[in-house]
Design a protein around this ligand. Structure first.
Ligand SMILES: NC(=O)C1=CN([C@@H]2O[C@H](COP(=O)(O)OP(=O)(O)OC[C@H]3O[C@@H](n4cnc5c(N)ncnc54)[C@H](O)[C@@H]3O)[C@@H](O)[C@H]2O)C=CC1
Ligand SMILES: O=C([O-])CC(=O)C(=O)O
Length: 336
């Protein structure tokens, strides 16, 4: 309790002064580079820390010539370099880990990415437990519970500051709808709930400007499997990177806006959520209201139609297994 309030005070004092250090872990990768670029272009960011197991200082040197005000520093891939990159961060973004190849689903990444995320989460728990931690690495449905377990084991878990980034699902949904309806995607605010893979992704068109679209099975499938479309098109060269960088930058910007005092900032995110805890599901993505200390309020699912109810039931079964897999991994592989 005391630790939580100390952490919150420290976080608030930095954000109240509008000093926002952002660290990107996995910054040399397909997502990491454009995401770091977007963070360098974001005037809310005062200091950008660039870390990767390879190439961090090079990416940082490149970014540092951009004539925006923030400072940029690349860190060596050592425990000390990692700790220094993270220390003092308001936001830590983690896009480290391997992406899919055609024929794989996100869960096939678990064996490689689980330990990468576990070890990076451990470093965050030790060097900046108060940071808002935004997890991009897949499978998000499992990597977020992994982070929670790592933080719990060190007595610094604050469920209000841990986010699985599901923003790309709402970005895709609004884009796909605008293509069908001939509208501007900025006017299409589609809520997407659940998790971040296949059937766990549940778009709620009944709550949008176009309730008729919930019976458009092709559209629902495209939102659920939009990632596969990119994996197939890239043909072995990875998965979504540019759209993901945009989505990650949007999420980070929203977290920073709220940290810096803006009210009413709402983003969907996969978080420690009360909504389905009675069914043994501790994490769920829904609309989340952000504040200076992270999550301020988790919005309920709201009214949904019969088609969406069926999708939600399918989602919950898969999600429960994905979450349990992450928790079990840390229990049997606690790391150093
Ligand atoms: N949440 C979402 O909506 C999305 C998530 N992703 C996921 O993001 C992850 C990254 O994707 P890409 O950037 O395309 O992969 P990538 O292979 O291009 O880049 C990954 C980077 O992580 C680095 N890395 C690996 N282990 C590390 C460690 N221990 N510490 C620091 N850096 C480390 C690598 O050196 C590499 O630069 C994948 O797991 C992918 O599935 C991708 C798209 C959307
Ligand atoms: O599909 C993938 O593997 C990457 C991802 O999460 C997405 O594009 O939504």
């Amino acid at each position: 309790m005391m630790l939580a309030s100390k952490i919150q005070r420290r976080a608030f004092s930095a954000s109240a002064r509008n000093l926002s250090k952002v660290a990107v872990l996995g910054a040399s990768g397909g997502i990491g580079q454009p995401l770091s670029l977007l963070m360098k272009l974001n005037p809310r960011v005062t200091e950008l820390a660039v870390y990767d197991i390879r190439g961090g200082p090079g990416v940082a040197a490149d970014l540092s010539h951009i004539n925006t005000k923030s400072s940029v520093k690349g860190y060596d891939p050592t425990p000390a370099g990692l700790a220094a990159a993270i220390k003092g961060s308001e936001v830590v973004l983690i896009p480290a880990g391997v992406p899919r190849k055609p024929g794989m689903d996100r869960d096939d990444l678990f064996n490689t990415n689980a330990s990468i995320v576990r070890d990076l989460a451990k470093a965050v728990a030790e060097s900046a437990p108060e940071a808002k931690l935004l997890i991009i690495s897949n499978p998000v449905n499992s990597t977020v519970p992994i982070c929670a377990e790592v933080f719990k084991a060190r007595g610094v878990y604050n469920p209000k500051t841990l986010f699985g980034v599901t923003t790309l699902d709402v970005v895709r949904a609004s884009r796909f709808v605008s293509e069908i309806k001939g509208t501007d995607p900025k006017d299409e605010n589609i809520t997407v709930i659940g998790g971040h893979s296949g059937a766990t992704i549940v778009p709620l068109f009944s709550q949008s400007n176009h309730p008729d679209l919930s019976s458009n099975a092709e559209l629902v499938h495209r939102v659920q499997f939009g990632g596969d479309e990119v994996v197939k098109a890239k043909d072995g060269a990875g998965s979504a990177t540019l759209s993901m960088a945009m989505a990650g930058a949007r999420m980070a910007e929203s977290v920073l806006r709220a940290s810096q005092g803006e009210k009413g900032v709402i983003e969907p995110a996969f978080v420690d959520s009360p909504l389905f805890k009675d069914q043994g599901i501790d994490f769920f993505s829904s609309r989340v209201e952000l504040g200076p200390n992270g999550i301020e309020k988790i919005h309920p699912v709201g009214n949904i139609d019969a088609v969406e109810q069926k999708l939600l039931e399918a989602c919950l079964g898969d999600l429960k297994k994905n979450i349990e897999k992450g928790v079990a991994f840390v229990a049997s592989n606690p790391g150093q």
